[in-house]
Design a protein around this ligand. Sequence first.
Ligand SMILES: Cc1ncc(COP(=O)(O)O)c(C=O)c1O
Length: 403
Amino acid sequence: MLDVKDIKNDFPIFKSKEKNFIYLDSASTSQKPQSVIDSVSSYYDSYSANIHRALYEIGEKATDKYESVREKVRQFMNVPDSHNIIFSSGTTESINLIAYAWGTKNLSNDDHILITEMEHHSNLVPWQLLSSRSNTSLDYILLNNDGTLELESLEKKILSKTKIISVSHQSNVFGTINPINKIIDEAKKVGAITVIDGAQAVPHMKVDIENLGCDFYAFSGHKMLGPTGVGVLIGRKTILEKMDPFMGGGEMINTVTMEKSTWNDVPWKFEAGTPNIAQVIGLGAAIDYIEKIGIENIHQHEQGLLKYGLEILSQNENIVLYGNPEIRGAVIPFNVKNVHPHDLAKFLDTDGICIRAGHHCTQPIMNRLGINATARASFYIYNTKNDIEKLGDSIKKTADIFK
Ligand SMILES: Cc1ncc(COP(=O)(O)O)c(C=O)c1O
């Protein structure tokens, strides 16, 4: 059991806002504990310097702190080697990096890319762009009505010419936790590389990269109590070493002449220019905070909230719930009859409740459901059953107004 009262005390936003502030939109971005905010400001306050080049004490300290986060990520996610860990600006940049730096060089006309109908636009549009650039075909594993993937079709969808399979670990709409082990195993049979979008998974469950055996895994810092502007791409070193750089600039080179350049070692080959130093350091503090509470404890706490949330919302006959996957994270998509989700979100806001409303950057899912948008409540370590009861009451009040 998490002591949510204690946890909330670590988050300044819950102290500075009015007492009833209830945040149910962590799938979009999480709130930040004081320790993360302090770690970012302490970099600016006391050792603000560029990394890998400043030959003075604060520069060395900044470099050490930045590089130590690589080791922190390695341990947190059981990555075989910290050199497999690239810092990016977020999941979106991480996936684009693969699509450009791996995809452009390795795909030709006959090849095939496989993703799913469930993907966030960040794990869909980069593959559409790659597919049209390289003239390759792009196919989708389709959705079942319950918000799971139609995996019966997996063997048929994976072709001998499939070169990339990219799938989300956890859906940001249904919360579905996909059986990525199975998908990775099938991909290996045809030699396709596997990309896992872990934006919704890493903040909420134990992810073990060595055990998964995927080729690439991407996630964002801001959804896991860290700052915005930082993300991670974990890649298989043998593949990263063969890849061309994504962006050119300072620090990613070994030598530069007027004729040509040679590249720095992995991972720095993929970190051109001055990186997001403060944000990477903040991500390290976020991992420390999560580890202090325990990722398994976080997962259990959220599973309790999910169960209670489904129970409360399903008691209201005006609420339509979408999807019903058996194995899922703490995300609930729903609509209230006769109320547009944007109106609902605005009305709930008057009671101090923040939910998400819209297409959640997953328009193909909305098309599949035959709707334009849903409301979505998502939970994290600072939420309680009381938050869910307040959500239920506020929805009832809003539904009555729109009757
Ligand atoms: C499943 C999933 N993938 C990718 C992203 C994109 O993450 P970011 O905007 O941090 O790059 C999100 C963000 O909501 C997401 O939920």
